[in-house]
Design a protein around this ligand. Structure first.
Ligand code: ATP
Length: 419
């Protein structure tokens, strides 16, 4: 996969599925790269003081005159709170704090970013400065920003992969709950439900990832407001963008624009899904959601082969004809060894202002499919303008309008899934 980072590298054997054209392989601009280079940003800071600059310089002078010095342990504790926003671990644990020098109240911290053009550079530098400034006795903070060497980056990625280094991250022994949202029928709301479910679970404090396995009809990035974001390449790993607390990977992040069509045969699709599951750094997840394409074709079979221990939720509309088709995805999932845990009926009756309900797509499809698959009907989600608008805006309705009937149903579905 050569997709990301200013220094992408080719890994693995065979043709990379997600580097379809040269233009798709650039993921991050080198914004903070050598313009940052090894930059030194020395600023005096008067944390939490609210004092004027004049007063502050006076205090600084006094501190130096008094020979006051900064407690190294306190400084380390403060720096230990700085989290890499992409990897989501303390930068100290990631080996990103190269050195710390204390001279009276003056502190110089040298940090090493993972890659040239690290998109999180500004945030990390800011957080380091803020953390150090808050330590008693610190009067001046300088942050030197450098970039890890290849060896350091390799050591980091190996540490991140750790013992879990294997072909597919979420093997049978994984503690991560894997739930594939599927339907034999198109347009029933799989992606909308997946994105909202992910946001709802993340809002509950769970660590959530979504693999957008709908390679031809990807829409998860837009639904979670990260359609302009790209994964960051760190050595052999890719750090997925995060939308509403959910780590997201989608083929859409590797294409020049949303109007680009993907038209691949089965082996290419399989390689793509496999790369998503092996090269994207999700870290420990509580829940991994997979948004499957409609139908029972290549991707469904690949997911079945790669993650035979995944649980499957079948989505249908209340329409009987739709339920018949939707049900087939459950049958195929079972053939690959996956467990169908239930049916979700979407686009159920639309509540009207006069209190009546408009059953635009009929009734009973969800219950029918559930009965035929011999699984519970987990939830019935009504038609909702707010849900559709939230999808279009990349703003999940479960967070923006949690009282909307569809949002309430999806939040309840999240409860059912984690219970
Ligand atoms: N409960 C709902 N109320 C109103 N609109 C909805 C609802 N659920 C989904 N939609 C809308 O229906 C359309 C199809 O939804 P979505 O793309 O999530 O379906 P899908 O099953 O993932 O489609 P595909 O088969 O193409 O992958 C979208 O415009 C979405 O906003």
């Amino acid at each position: 996969m050569t997709a990301t980072g200013c220094r992408s590298s080719r890994t693995g054997s065979g043709r990379s599925a997600i580097s379809p054209t040269p233009s798709t392989s650039r993921v991050r601009s080198c914004r903070c790269a050598w313009s940052y280079g090894i930059s030194r940003a020395r600023t005096s800071s008067a944390p939490n003081s609210g004092r004027s600059w004049k007063n502050w310089t006076g205090i600084r002078a006094r501190a130096l005159i008094d020979g006051a010095t900064v407690d190294r342990a306190a400084l380390d504790r403060a720096l230990g709170t700085v989290i890499d926003p992409e990897i989501r671990r303390p930068i100290a644990d990631l080996g990103m704090i190269d050195s710390v020098t204390i001279d009276g109240g003056s502190v110089t911290i040298r940090i090493k970013l993972t890659i040239v053009g690290c998109p999180a550079a500004d945030r990390i530098e800011h957080d380091v400065r803020e953390a150090a400034s808050a330590v008693a006795g610190v009067t001046e903070v300088a942050v030197d920003v450098a970039v890890m060497s290849v060896e350091e980056r390799t050591a980091l990625t190996e540490r991140l992969q750790g013992a879990r280094r294997r072909e597919v991250q979420f093997g049978p022994d994984t503690p991560t709950r894997i739930v594939a949202i599927t339907s034999g029928k198109g347009g029933v709301g799989k992606s909308t439900i997946t994105a909202n479910l992910g946001a709802a679970l993340a809002a509950k404090g769970l660590k959530v990832g979504i693999v957008d396995a709908d390679v031809f009809g990807f829409s998860i990035p837009a639904l979670l407001g990260v359609s302009d974001e790209k994964p960051t390449r760190v050595g052999e790993l890719m750090l997925p963008p995060i939308g509403f607390g959910v780590k997201v990977i989608s083929i859409g992040m590797f294409l020049p624009g949303p109007a680009t069509a993907v038209s691949w045969r089965g082996p290419m699709l399989h390689r793509t899904i496999k790369q998503f599951l092996s090269e994207v750094y999700f870290d420990e997840l509580d829940v991994l959601l997979l948004d499957l394409p409609p139908g029972t074709g290549d991707v469904a079979i690949s997911i079945g082969q790669l993650l035979p221990h995944a649980e499957v939720v079948v989505v249908t509309t209340p329409q009987t004809a739709a339920a018949d088709v939707a049900e087939r995805s459950g049958i195929v999932a079972r053939k690959t060894g996956q467990r169908v845990i239930g049916v979700v009926e979407n686009m159920a009756g639309l509540p009207q202002p006069d209190g009546t309900v408009l059953d635009l797509f009929g009734t009973g499809g969800g219950a029918d499919a559930a009965a035929r698959l011999d699984v519970p009907l987990l939830m019935s989600i009504p038609l909702s303008l707010a849900l559709r608008e939230g999808g279009d805006a990349g703003d999940p309705v479960v967070l923006s309008h949690p009282d909307d009937p569809a949002a309430r149903a999806i939040l309840a579905l999240a409860d059912v899934l984690v219970s």
